[in-house]
Ligand binder design. Structure first.
Ligand code: ZN
Length: 245
């Protein structure tokens, strides 16, 4: 049997401890809601880490044992230490997968990897979101219907200031009229990055069966591939080369 994919679910875990209404939705935190689903799926070994742990729970050792890192942050992006961002970026370039959820569009690590402002429009009135699959053969859309309907979500609208995704898997429509690129795939170095839009802290989105299914697919897609180690720098020719004088 293949080795399990080692997943670390990272969460800021501030809203759930401060706000009674949010705690009612996610009593043990958003990270536990995501982890509890992934733990039930075959082929995953799941850990969690949160902002207020030493080194945000992302020590060199923890990252060395992580194949795919899931990231949820919102109000405390600035509290993430730059040296931890450097460390996560280095692991992504070295092959670790990264899945950035919802308001993590503004996380230091996502902005670092994108190189743009990652700004967008937003509105919070609990309107209906419908995520349309626009790349049906993509592995992240496997087992999903034509669309995923989420009855109540925060709205994010275009223009979303990101680089053009390598592959775009979902486009969201919102009841108020906006659209949004809500499932975006990138390659950075040897690592894969997936941005997935839903997941505002006041809604039970991370219990939604199809959202959870997409997270499982995304972990499998983002897991490191067993490709060759890249070789850089000055090298000798493989064949004998005669250079004309
Ligand atoms: Zn939000």
């Amino acid at each position: 049997m293949a080795q399990p994919v080692r997943v670390t679910v990272w969460n800021e875990f501030r809203h759930e401890r401060k706000d009674e209404q949010i705690r009612r939705v996610y009593p043990e935190g958003i990270h536990r809601a995501i982890a509890e689903y992934l733990e039930q799926q075959p082929g995953f070994a799941v850990q969690t880490a949160t902002l207020d742990e030493p080194e945000h729970g992302l020590t060199d050792a923890a990252l060395a044992e992580t194949d795919v890192l899931i990231w949820w942050g919102h109000q405390a992006h600035a509290a993430v230490a730059d040296e931890i961002v450097d460390r996560v970026q280095a692991r992504v370039l070295d092959g670790m997968g990264l899945i950035c959820l919802h308001s993590s569009h503004f996380s230091k690590i996502f902005k670092r990897l994108m190189g743009t402002t990652c700004n967008l429009k937003w509105r919070e009135i609990g309107e209906n979101e419908r995520l349309w699959v626009v790349d049906p053969s993509h592995p992240i859309a496997e087992g999903v219907g034509q669309y995923i309907d989420i009855p109540h979500e925060e709205m994010y609208g275009e223009f979303f200031d990101i680089p053009q995704p390598d592959r775009l898997v979902f486009v969201s429509w919102f009841a108020g009229g906006e659209v949004f690129r809500s499932g975006c795939c990138y390659h950075r170095g040897r690592g894969k990055v997936f941005y997935f839009r839903p997941g505002h802290e006041t809604y039970p989105t991370f219990y939604h069966a199809e959202v959870r299914h997409v997270l499982g697919n995304a972990v499998r897609w983002a897991a490191p591939s067993a490709g060759p180690e890249p070789v850089f720098g000055n090298v000798q020719p493989l064949e004998e080369v005669t250079v004309q004088a």
